[in-house]
Write a protein that binds this ligand. Structure first.
Ligand SMILES: Nc1ncnc2c1ncn2[C@@H]1O[C@H](COP(=O)(O)OP(=O)(O)O)[C@@H](O)[C@H]1O
Ligand SMILES: [Mg+2]
Length: 231
């Protein structure tokens, strides 16, 4: 589904040049669940941003469903991203002034989907993630774990093929972190491909494949034999 060939990302300012990604080669099949680990500054977020088409590589080729997209304009990338890719962030990134249901509906709103269909799809995803009883709550009335559940619902609402999660349990205590991981596992079992950055070895092992980055390079890759013993 995704193939990266010799992907390099260099950030340049007048003073310094930082090579955030250094010749990354990666094949991702539909349905995979991949964890990405590595020390701070090794390029994990940059890799997710490139995969998520939020940022363009400086060099190399990016194939998404066979289409070479590394030279696409920002507008074309945004178009491609919509409906294909969902994002989850460490800090949830919910809009405080909107209710749970309204937050989840946001991506559909931007796609110009009519109110009745928005309502129906939001209800559906809230049922699926067991958050229907929180529909009218505001984000601050929820625990961190519940807020991240809402963020997962928002990421799923456009039925993306891929979910990119940047330290989704980084701001959660272990109980709520585990709950979010169980949820991601469920989402993956239902067919969505997941790439997740994490600092937790325990959470990394929910995935089927583990990739270690160091200084912008893939330094090791492991198939995780047994999927989440703790699940
Ligand atoms: N927008 C940017 N401009 C300049 N340098 C950046 C930018 N984003 C990331 N970097 C640099 O690229 C490297 C990798 O960053 P990042 O991908 O955020 O690492 P990680 O997520 O693994 O902590 C770091 O040296 C960081 O300072
Ligand atoms: Mg990061």
């Amino acid at each position: 589904m995704i193939r990266l060939e010799n992907i390099t990302k260099v950030y340049r300012s007048s003073e310094v040049e930082t090579t955030a990604l250094n010749n990354i080669n990666l094949n991702i099949e539909a349905g995979e669940f991949i964890s990405i680990m590595g020390p701070s500054g090794c390029g994990k977020s940059t890799l997710l941003n490139v995969l998520g088409m939020l940022d363009s590589p400086s060099d190399g080729k990016y194939f998404f469903n066979g289409e070479q997209i590394s030279r696409y304009s920002e507008r074309k990338l945004a178009q491609k991203r919509k409906g294909h890719i969902g994002f989850i962030f460490q800090s949830f990134n919910l809009i405080d002034e909107l209710s749970v249901a309204e937050n989840i509906a946001m991506p559909l709103f931007y796609q110009g989907i009519a109110r009745a269909e928005r309502q129906q799809r939001v209800d559906e995803v809230m049922q699926r993630l067991n958050i229907a009883h929180r529909a009218k709550h505001m984000p601050q009335q929820l625990s961190g774990g519940q807020q991240q559940r809402v963020a997962v619902a928002r990421a799923l609402i456009c039925k993306p093929e891929v979910i990119l999660a940047d330290e989704p349990t980084g701001n959660l205590d272990s109980k709520h972190g585990d709950e979010v991981m169980e949820l991601l596992k469920q989402v993956n079992d239902e067919g969505t491909t997941i790439l997740m950055v994490t600092h937790s070895q325990y959470h990394a092992e929910y995935a089927k494949r583990l990739i270690h980055l160091f200084d912008g390079k893939v330094v090791s890759e492991n198939q995780l034999a047994k999927v989440a013993e703790h699940a």
